[in-house]
Design a protein around this ligand. Structure first.
Ligand code: PEP
Ligand code: MN
Length: 347
């Protein structure tokens, strides 16, 4: 951190700051210039320090040099993190596809979808059993029954799965079945929940909050990493903007920027990012070009009958088309699609 002194500061004010830094275990190095005097602060700086120093006499402002998030930062760990889920590596430089319905609705629906995802070359499944719905009267998921159906689909196809955990109360049951614990956009800053999923040690898929800045999002990941769990996968799923023509605005800027700022793997969710199935392919491909390590997309056997998010769900044919184009685009940008698991689908 740099402390920028006012032009009129006195020697005594400067010494008071150096003493204060010393008291809290930090080291201040004054740099006296012709026009300006600044103090370079070295040590483990906490977020409130700027406010504390800015209230002191003689201080004009403070500037942070390092990021507020430590464990998630590439400054701390320059090499990219690879998260392993079953035999699938996320963040390895190969493009990974996670696909499945918004919500698990029935055995038939999840098995048919899992087979279609597998046959098209998908690597992991998704499906909600505990669903965050805007209205309490909408379909809110099958709960533990949905988790059992996902486990059945995994047994049949060999595809591991991600599913959302909405509250601290459900962490134990979701962790019993799931391979990846998903934190939804609405819970992206539920700090107690972030710590609780962190403590399971399982991979965590952390969606960006509806109105989270990139700093908010990376600080949320810090709660999970700080429990000693390094297996965090970030997910850009669009943010709320003034635009109403689409459900959310997928922040394409965030993809290369977060890859620069953090070593964590990052995937994009063009289904929630757009809200329209016809935009999923172009925005998904753009996300791969922008540097995403993979996609998570909603796929349903019959989107017009889906109990949630049908409008943004791909049918099987459209999912196959997306996979074919991802294969081409992935090769072109040097992040080819991860080879599909070789064992045949058991039917
Ligand atoms: C979902 O993945 O189905 C979901 C609810 O996503 P989000 O939390 O990003 O809205
Ligand atoms: Mn959904």
């Amino acid at each position: 951190m740099m402390v920028i002194m006012t032009n009129e500061h006195s020697e005594e004010e400067m010494n008071a700051i150096l003493r204060r830094l010393d008291e809290i275990g930090l080291k201040g190095h004054p740099i006296v210039g012709v026009e300006r005097t600044v103090i370079a602060v070295v040590g483990s700086i906490y977020p409130e320090l700027s406010d504390e120093l800015e209230t002191m006499d003689g201080v004009e402002s403070t500037v942070r040099i390092s990021t507020p998030y430590k464990l998630a930062s590439r400054q701390t760990k320059p090499e990219s993190t690879v998260v392993k889920v079953g035999g699938v590596e996320i963040g390895s430089g190969k493009t990974v596809m996670i696909a499945g319905p918004c919500a698990v609705e029935s055995e038939e629906q999840i098995l048919a979808t899992a087979r279609a995802v597998k046959e098209a070359g998908g690597h992991l499944m998704r499906g909600g059993a505990f669903k965050p719905r805007t209205s309490p009267y909408s379909f809110r998921g099958l709960g533990e029954e949905g988790l059992k159906l996902l486990a059945l689909a995994r047994e049949e196809t060999g595809l591991a799965f991600a599913t959302e955990v909405m509250s601290v109360r459900e962490v134990e049951v979701v962790a019993k079945y799931a391979d990846i614990l998903q934190i939804g956009a609405r819970n992206a800053q539920n700090f107690m929940l972030l710590e609780e999923v962190g403590r399971t040690g399982k991979p965590v898929l952390l969606k960006r909050g509806l109105a989270s800045t990139i700093d908010d999002w990376l600080l949320a990941s810090e709660y999970i990493l700080n429990t000693g769990n390094p297996n965090v996968i970030l997910c850009e799923r669009g943010i709320r903007t003034f635009e109403t023509a689409t459900r959310n605005t997928l922040d394409i800027n965030a993809i290369p920027l977060v890859k620069q700022l953090s070593h964590l793997p990052l995937i994009a969710d063009p289904s929630h990012g757009t809200g329209k199935w016809s935009l999923v392919k172009p925005v998904g491909l753009a996300s791969i070009v922008a540097g995403a390590d993979g996609l998570i997309v909603e796929v349903h056997p019959s989107p017009d009958h889906a109990l949630s998010d049908g409008a943004q769900s791909l049918n099987f044919q459209r999912f196959r088309e997306l996979m074919e184009q991802m294969r081409v685009i992935g090769e072109t940008v040097g992040r080819p699609l991860l080879p599909a698991a070789t064992e045949p689908v058991r039917t």
